[in-house]
Each structure stands twice: as C-alpha cells, then as structure tokens.
Write a protein that binds this ligand. Structure first.
Ligand code: MN
Length: 209
C-alpha cells in the first residue's frame, strides 16, 4: 500500500471528501502545531488518511474557531480515529476547534501495553519495527505556522505521519489480543476524554497518593 491521493484543503474538509471518509471503518489522524503547549501553541494543520491511502491535509489559519465538516467526521461513532499519542492531538482539536473526538485508537498506548520488551514507543521506532520502514522525521520541528508556504518536504512528512497508522493499528491489535490485553487497551482509549479534561484544567496526578 502507498499514498494513493494527496490533497490540501483550506479551513475544513470539502463535503465530497467528508462523504468519502464517513464511509470508512477507520481514519488515521495527526496534527501539526506551533509547539507542545496547547494554550500557547496554535493548531496549524490536520492530516487525515483513509484505509486506501487517500490523504488530506487541512490548513487551519490563525484564529479559526471551528471546522464543521471535520467535527462531523471526528465525532462520528461509526469511524474509528487512529492517532499516535492521541492525548496531544485530541486536546488540540477540542481546545482549538471544539471537537469531541470519538471513538479513539492510540498506537502509542497500544504499543506500551503490547511491546513490553522495549521502551521505544515513538512513531519512528514503531514504523521501523512493525513495517520495516525508516521514517524521516526531520520536518517534525519546523515552522508549521507559515501555512501558505509549506514546503514539499513538510507536506510529505505530514502525509507519512498518518499513512502508516492503519497498519500499525492492525498489527498492534493482533499483539494485544494474543497477550490478552485488548480489553484493557479499549478501556484506556475510552478514558482519554476524561484525561484530556483534566489536562485542560491543568490538574496533575490526581490518581497519585
Ligand atoms: Mn505529525
């Protein structure tokens, strides 16, 4: 499988792309932001990929408060949304665009529950071990705020970050089933919205003594 189609949308998904994505069983999602602090650092790009490799990148201009078509997709119960470290992207989508993402599959949580033989749970390590491919992450720390002038390299990076998530999900699900941790994984995914509410209210470690 490879990226079959790649399009860039302005501010929201087009109705035609939304309709196509709503037919999918799952959509891989990633975001690019100005940094890691959701209060300070704005959302710049949302990337989506369906199981056939059809990738869309949505440019989110400064000050944008909503994206109704994206919201409809992200809140559709029939479409699983796959992320790597969902906690970050789902926080951004809620804080910036008022989107309540569901249902969620997080490849980082799945990896931590299944791959207990390693402490490497970054996307690069996962893609390397499970797909045998070397991901180029050099564009990760680049200026995503300069939306009109995103480079070919940045867009290629953005597309690659969502493309592999479908295969990772299926391989990690098999490992979790084999190790009898699939139910636990689903419970972890379900509690992410609560964790994100706590994050956004800046509570820390409320489960600690
Ligand atoms: Mn990314």
């Amino acid at each position: 499988m490879s990226i079959t189609n790649f399009q860039v949308c302005e501010e929201d998904l087009s109705p035609a792309i939304l309709a196509g994505y709503l037919e999918s069983e799952a959509i891989a999602v990633d975001t690019e932001t100005m940094g890691l602090n959701p209060w300070r650092d704005r959302l710049c790009l949302v990337q989506l990929c369906d199981p056939t490799g059809n990738v869309t990148a949505i440019r989110i201009p400064k000050g944008q408060l909503q994206a109704p078509n994206l919201k409809r997709l992200m809140e559709a119960e029939s479409v699983v949304k796959i992320f790597h470290f969902a906690r970050f992207d789902v926080t951004q989508l809620r804080h910036r665009l008022g989107i309540e993402t569901k249902p969620i599959f997080c490849t980082k949580i799945a990896s931590k529950l299944a791959r207990t033989y390693t402490s490497s749970h970054g996307l690069k390590s996962l893609v390397q071990e499970l797909e045998g491919i070397e991901l180029d992450k050099t564009a990760q720390s680049s200026d995503w705020g300069n939306l009109e002038n995103l480079s070919e390299e940045q867009l290629q990076y953005a597309a690659n970050d969502v493309f592999y998530l479908h295969n990772l999900r299926s391989k990690l699900t098999k490992m979790l089933e084999r190790e009898e941790r699939w139910e636990l994984a689903k419970d972890c995914f379900s509690c992410l919205p609560v964790l994100i509410s706590l994050d956004l209210m800046q509570y820390k470690d409320i489960f600690e003594h």
